[in-house]
Design a protein around this ligand. Structure first.
Ligand code: AMP
Length: 402
């Protein structure tokens, strides 16, 4: 069974083609700058193998449809390709950012499903329209091939009302569905399942805190395998300090900025999403640059690291209290997998709570699932690489087989 995973953004399409028999990647790549004067297609065929082939093509990509067509042409190229034609693809898994309250699991796409994704556009005005573009184009180009939507929010639909409600007038929830939804659900679910497998226990019996630290960051409290709280909220802005996003702030800062700094709501929204977080504090949003700057004595870079890791620790404490018993803490994504300093600072001082890191095990980039805690640690600490494409392909396969 070959599954094509599509992550369609406003001006880009990320794709990966997987052979599910052995879960190997046949091809993966990216179409960028769709609709701009110069587009770019990057595709790696047979990644990791001896005959790996990287194709780069700078060409105008007028819209998502022509971008997707170019991808199909590349994948089925007689000389370089990995399939003979689009008919070789058995199913397509689409990443969809916001499923609102309509979707709590991956779903085969029908007219009703498309309508529901459309209904949720106000909750994700940038992402859902782009995801819909990708789905519509794929439906046209792969007529008759089953298509499955995998929602970033779905894993968190088990969060109970006392954790998903904001303490604002209840009518805003009833009428506008203003509540915490959470994101990165596919990643949290994937690493939690991997961790359970590695611990040799059923996921349904484990309590975990999964920490996804990439450009976007979020933490999830998982009880008996289910998400019961998470840091991202109505939108992917709340909670932890991210690359360019602020995470938690006092909501009154909005009014302060309007009254005192001549800012309007659009400007504030852009600032909190694009110019805040690590970048807002020190001008850099890549943790590698931040470490380099710290080594050269940059005080603001050190402060940014301190603010991020302090916030991480604060939420670990909160979720330990929420869960009562914690079996494992998992680090994943770009920073979580690669940055031993952030991991160490996040969990430093939690030894009396049964969280004891093994400095030698932690002192590495995590390329495969790795236990980072000492044997005596009551809570196991794991670094587990996330793989959202594989997770989406597995979910799509499971839906189609059920
Ligand atoms: P992601 O969103 O999961 O792709 O993560 C991207 C972020 O991971 C980058 O912006 C960096 O801050 C961080 N990152 C990637 N590689 C490393 C590394 N080797 N050390 C520290 N941080 C890294």
């Amino acid at each position: 069974m070959k599954i094509l995973v599509i992550n369609s953004g406003s001006s880009s399409i990320k794709f990966q083609l997987l052979e599910m028999a052995d879960e190997s990647v046949l091809a993966s790549g990216l179409v960028e700058r769709i609709g701009e004067t110069e587009g770019l297609i990057k595709c790696t065929m047979r990644p990791g193998r001896k005959d790996e082939l990287v194709v780069k093509n700078a060409t105008v990509v007028a819209d998502h449809k022509s971008g997707m067509r170019m991808v199909v042409d590349l994948l089925s190229d007689a000389r370089q390709g990995v399939i003979s034609n689009s008919g070789d693809i058995d199913a397509i898994g689409h990443r969809v950012v916001h499923g609102g309250e309509d979707f709590h699991k991956p779903t085969v796409i029908t007219g009703d499903v498309l309508a529901a994704i459309e209904r949720n556009i106000p909750l994700a005005p940038l992402h859902n329209p782009a995801n819909l573009d990708g789905i519509r184009v794929a439906q046209e180009l792969f007529a008759g091939v089953p298509q499955v939507a995998i929602f970033d929010t779905a894993f968190h639909q088990t969060i109970p009302p006392h954790a998903y409600l904001y303490a604002i007038p209840y009518a805003l929830y009833e009428q506008q569905r203003v509540r915490r939804y959470g994101f990165h659900g596919t990643s949290h679910k994937f690493v939690a399942s991997e961790c359970a497998r590695l611990m040799g226990k059923p996921l349904e019996e484990l309590n975990m805190i999964s920490i996804h630290l990439g450009n976007g960051c979020s933490m999830t409290a998982i009880q008996n395998g289910q998400s019961i709280d998470t840091t991202l909220g109505l939108t992917p802005l709340e909670g932890l300090v991210m690359g360019t996003r602020s995470g938690d702030i006092d909501p009154a800062i909005h009014a302060f900025l309007v009254r005192n700094c001549s800012m309007d709501i659009e400007g504030i929204d852009a600032m909190l999403n694009k110019d805040s977080g690590l970048k807002g504090l020190c001008g850099m949003n890549d943790m590698r640059d931040i470490h380099e700057a710290i080594a050269k004595g940059n005080k603001l870079a050190k402060l940014a690291l301190d603010v991020q890791t302090y916030r991480n620790k604060k939420y670990v404490g909160a979720y330990m209290a929420v869960l009562g018993r914690v079996d494992a803490i998992i680090f994943t994504a770009g920073i979580g997998e690669n940055d031993e300093i952030v991991r160490e600072m996040t969990l430093r001082g939690l030894e009396s709570f049964g969280v004891v890191m093994d400095p030698a095990a932690n002192n590495q980039r995590v390329k495969a699932p790795t236990l980072l805690s000492k044997a005596e640690s009551r809570v196991q600490i794991w670094g587990i690489p996330t793989n959202e494409e594989l997770a989406i392909a597995r979910e799509a396969k499971a839906v189609l087989n059920s």
